[in-house]
Design a protein around this ligand. Structure first.
Ligand SMILES: *Cc1c(COP(=O)(O)O)cnc(C)c1O
Length: 426
């Protein structure tokens, strides 16, 4: 049996942890089978508990952009750990990382650190409400902004995978303040602003969506959102938890040349440790406690070990901008290779990609929103996923997720991936 030890570990985990996992998409519920338990990772590769080796296209769901256990990051973490783990006081490191980010990213003056992307997005929404004095927010179907109550309305990622876009436990009171629109649909945004005149605090959007699979903004979608928000006194919030420091150092704001009012970060920003952050202009950020009246706090916010990992990762990205070009090239090589194999096999498909994010949708001709993504053939994706896993290629275990390419995925790994793809039968 290929996954003998993983199966035993999963059975044991289920006795003590709901569903055996600490985050739902890890459970393989949508693709079926037993999740693979990973023992270690280095560079482009994962090793499971049964001793099998995989080329990794999840990269911790985004953070490991430099590949796993990058030496400089490991060194920074070790060095900081020897000085103590957490003090509950300000540290110089926090200013250092804030400076690197504020100087490298368009349109932001100040940044506040938290411990997850969820925290970043929920804090940004509170700040937007406090700043504007309005209650309602608009989010897009299939976008995921973490698991805070306001966002679990037609959400992407695991919520989409498990067909539970509106979670029990979210009150009617909360749900009524979250308005929904389809991704890439400006008409719907205009009509929501008209119907809820003067009541909308913010529009939150993944500037390149990654939680319904990878879906790109079309027809100057982001520029239009910015204009509509400005006209109506609402804030535009870019949730760059996935795209920040990944599409470019300045994220989607830099790539699409649109400045949001607030920006949320996570994933890459912590270099693999639990970090999130939200940022914006001083006039907005200064509404936060202790100088402003919008409360927000965290015992482990700005944790020194996490800051050391994040700072080292960001400095490497900032000082080696060719990494972004290399990532883009490997991703396009992979996408073009996969596309031509699928064409040879007469399997209709769409591949969406931007920078080092990509997704493969089976049997649809284009994917611009959640409805398109859900019309893809997900059972074929699941078959494909298990074939690739057996061949030593680790893809996200759901057709509603994005593949992340790391700097350590080079021609060798891409060739391996394409060879595995050649063997796909269906
Ligand atoms: C992952 C993700 C989040 C949530 O971040 P967590 O660290 O898992 O809480 C929020 N928004 C987007 C766009 C994400 O991809």
């Amino acid at each position: 049996m290929l996954y003998q030890r993983s199966s035993a570990l999963f059975a044991e985990a289920k006795n003590y942890i709901p569903g055996g996992v600490n985050s739902p998409v890890r459970a393989f519920n949508s693709v079926g089978g037993t999740p693979v338990f990973i023992k270690k990772a280095k560079g482009a590769y994962l090793w499971d508990e049964d001793g099998r080796k995989y080329v990794d296209y999840i990269n911790s769901w985004g953070p490991a952009i430099l590949g796993h256990a990058h030496e400089a990051v490991v060194e920074a973490v070790k060095k900081q750990a020897e000085k103590g783990f957490s003090f509950g006081t300000p540290t110089e490191l926090e200013t250092e990382i804030a400076k690197v980010i504020v100087e490298g990213v368009p349109g932001i003056d100040k940044i506040r650190m938290v411990s997850s992307g969820t925290e970043a997005c929920m804090s940004a929404i509170r700040l937007a409400r406090g700043f504007t004095g309005k209650d309602k927010i608009i989010k897009f179907r299939g976008c995921y902004h973490g698991h805070a109550d306001s966002f679990l309305i037609s959400a992407g990622s695991g919520a989409a995978t498990f067909g539970m876009p509106i979670s029990p436990g979210v009150t009617q009171g909360t749900a009524k303040d979250t308005l929904l629109a389809d991704y890439n649909n400006i008409e719907q945004i205009l009509s929501l602003f008209e119907k809820n005149h003067g009541e909308i605090a913010a529009v939150i959007v993944e500037p390149v969506a990654g939680n319904m699979g990878c879906v790109l903004p079309e027809n100057n979608f982001l520029t239009h959102l910015k204009q509509i928000c400005s006209t109506n006194g609402a804030l535009l919030i870019f949730d760059e938890v996935m795209t920040g420091f990944r599409l470019a150092f300045g994220g989607a704001q830099e790539v699409y040349n649109v400045e949001a009012d607030l920006v949320c970060y996570g994933k890459v920003i912590g270099g693999g440790l639990p970090v999130g952050a939200f940022a914006g202009r001083s006039e907005i950020m200064d509404h936060l406690a202790p100088i402003g009246d919008v409360y927000q706090a965290g015992t482990l916010s700005g944790n020194p070990i996490a800051m050391a990992a994040g700072l080292t990762t960001l400095e490497i990205l900032r000082d080696n901008p060719t990494i972004y070009l290399e990532l883009k090239n490997s991703t396009s090589q992979l996408a073009i290779g996969l596309g031509s194999i699928l064409n040879q096999k007469n399997i209709p498909h769409t591949i969406n990609r931007k920078g080092s994010m990509m997704s493969l949708f089976f049997q649809v001709s284009s994917v611009s929103n959640f409805k398109d993504a859900s019309e893809a053939n997900h059972s074929l994706f699941n078959h494909f996923f298990h074939h690739m896993l057996k061949e030593g290629i680790y893809l996200p275990p759901s057709g509603y997720e994005t593949w992340f390419i790391s700097k350590d995925i080079t021609e060798e790994e891409i060739s391996k991936t394409l060879e595995a793809m050649e063997k796909l039968e269906y």
